[in-house]
Write a protein that binds this ligand. Structure first.
Ligand SMILES: Cc1cc2nc3c(=O)[nH]c(=O)nc-3n(C[C@H](O)[C@H](O)[C@H](O)COP(=O)(O)O)c2cc1C
Length: 454
């Protein structure tokens, strides 16, 4: 009947940049699908969704991914940064992002006074996830449907170990980037990160997981380049190193830089745990990174959503919550002794006890929660309420069951994961439009009532 788990979750956490999270619960990134058609700036529905999370007592709120290039969106309704060189758009977007930052920090969006400083641990840290979708940019998302996505090399999506008809229809085959284009992308990331600092966010997180562009540079299966951005583990990591080094020169020292990384791609020939550990070591040694959010898998092997895709090495881990805990414990073996870089883990956490056990292990400093945060935006309040015993249902995320994909969808992991993810996006959509999440939501009623901004 003890409630000591609540106290473990409620411990503040300082980051190397000096910012302090009031507790250990991280609202993990979720693409909101609430933007304008073909990419746009934050809008009132998006702000309403973040208001719900800001009221929920999270330690850190990481936004859904924001694209550095509107030609390569993940889906057609993503939030993007302003286009390079368009000063009118820059000013408009900056104002919209400023309002978004204020909302994430629990402020009135119209109140331009300074918020509580990030080093006091009195409000959630507001962090933007920055992405280029690379070969997982779906056909037509930001460009004409016949125009290819871009990637380190022209390796198509192969959701069943080979390029299927649905891979061709949904993704097509990407075009390999030239060295100059890679350098342009680095500049886009650096500008996007600087833009977030100017808008008043507390930090950024590079999305280098789940098969998006940066993670395809890390993987030998998708990166076959012969220039300085391909080949050895060090060369495949170079794009990330350059983005981080250049960002650090352009943002205040108090601005947090984080990165979401795969523990492994869980695909033959893809990123291995050994290479991933090497990358974590470099990040820690750089002294420039505040946190790593550990995840795993890609659209080809959606381990981020489904524990069944993650091979387990010991019986002990089978009994624990959290898909990637085994890897996070290995991360600690490669961190330099004086490193303060924090390791967060996202994927599969549902109960206060599971989260507190992971924190007590000393291998994890923060717990990322995505789908539970779509079902209960204020979940941290009950998780950290020490008057609720650990074994009470309220000390866990709410129970829900997303409906199975319709029969006409191919029986492949991507279809199941995509459908599950869409159902959770539907919950975000509901919150954005002033409704409550609905654990019994049917996709038909959601799709029928769908509203999008023009
Ligand atoms: C609707 C939805 C959208 C997501 N969008 C993103 C995203 O933009 N960036 C990202 O890194 N992960 C994204 N994810 C993955 C989550 O951050 C997380 O890694 C995954 O859902 C596992 O965590 P969970 O078990 O707590 O849901 C998304 C997940 C869902 C359900």
């Amino acid at each position: 009947m003890s409630s000591s788990g609540a106290t473990v979750l409620a411990q503040p956490l300082d980051l190397p940049c000096g910012a302090v999270m009031p507790n250990r619960l991280v609202k993990a990134p979720m693409e909101q699908v609430l933007g304008k058609f073909m990419g746009g700036k934050p809008n009132p529905e998006l702000l309403r969704l973040y208001e719900a999370w800001a009221e929920g007592n999270w330690g850190m709120i990481i936004t859904g991914n924001v694209g550095v290039d509107r030609r390569y969106l993940g889906l057609m309704f993503d939030i993007v940064f302003p286009d390079p060189g368009d000063t009118k758009q820059y000013a408009e977007y900056l104002e919209a992002f400023r309002r978004w930052a204020r909302v994430c920090k629990g402020q009135d969006p119209n109140d331009s006074r300074e918020s509580t400083p990030a080093n006091q641990g009195k409000r959630p840290l507001a962090v933007v996830q920055v992405v280029h979708c690379g070969r997982q940019s779906t056909r037509g998302a930001g460009r004409a449907p016949w125009k290819p996505a871009v990637a380190p090399s022209a390796v198509p999506m192969m959701t069943e170990g080979k390029q299927t008809t649905s891979d061709k229809l949904i993704f097509g085959t990407p075009r390999a980037l030239s060295t100059e284009e890679v350098q342009d992308i680095i500049q886009r990331f650096v500008r996007g990160n600087e833009f977030c600092a100017k808008a008043g966010f507390d930090g950024i997180e590079l999305h280098a997981a789940h098969g998006y562009l940066l993670s395809t540079f890390l993987s030998p299966m998708t990166n076959k380049r012969t220039d300085q951005y391909g080949g050895s583990v060090e060369n495949r990591f170079r794009i990330i190193r350059e983005i981080i080094e250049q960002t650090r020169q352009r943002v205040p020292a108090s601005f947090a830089i984080g990165i979401k990384l795969n523990s492994s791609d869980y695909i033959q020939g893809g990123l291995t745990e050994e290479d991933a550990l090497q990358n974590v070591k470099w990040l820690a040694e750089s002294g420039m990174v505040d946190f790593v959010e550990v995840s795993g898998g890609t659209y080809e092997k959606p381990a981020m959503f489904n524990e069944a895709e993650v091979p387990k090495q010991s019986d002990r881990t089978k009994r624990r919550e959290g898909f990637f805990l085994e890897f996070s414990s290995r991360c600690h073996t490669v961190l330099p002794p004086n490193s303060k870089m924090r390791i967060f883990v996202t994927g599969g956490f549902r109960s206060r006890t599971g989260m507190a056990d992971a924190l007590r292990s000393g291998n994890v400093s923060g717990i990322g929660l995505a789908r539970p945060a779509s079902m209960d935006p204020a979940l941290p309040k009950s998780l950290m309420d020490s008057s609720i015993p650990d074994d009470d249902d309220r000390a866990s995320s709410p129970q829900w069951k997303a409906p199975p994909p319709p029969r006409f969808m191919p029986k492949i992991p991507l279809a199941g994961a995509g459908w599950n993810s869409l159902w959770h996006s539907a919950q975000l959509h509901r919150i954005g439009y002033g409704l409550k999440p609905d654990p019994n939501l049917s996709m038909l009623s959601f799709l029928g009532g769908l509203k999008f901004r023009d």
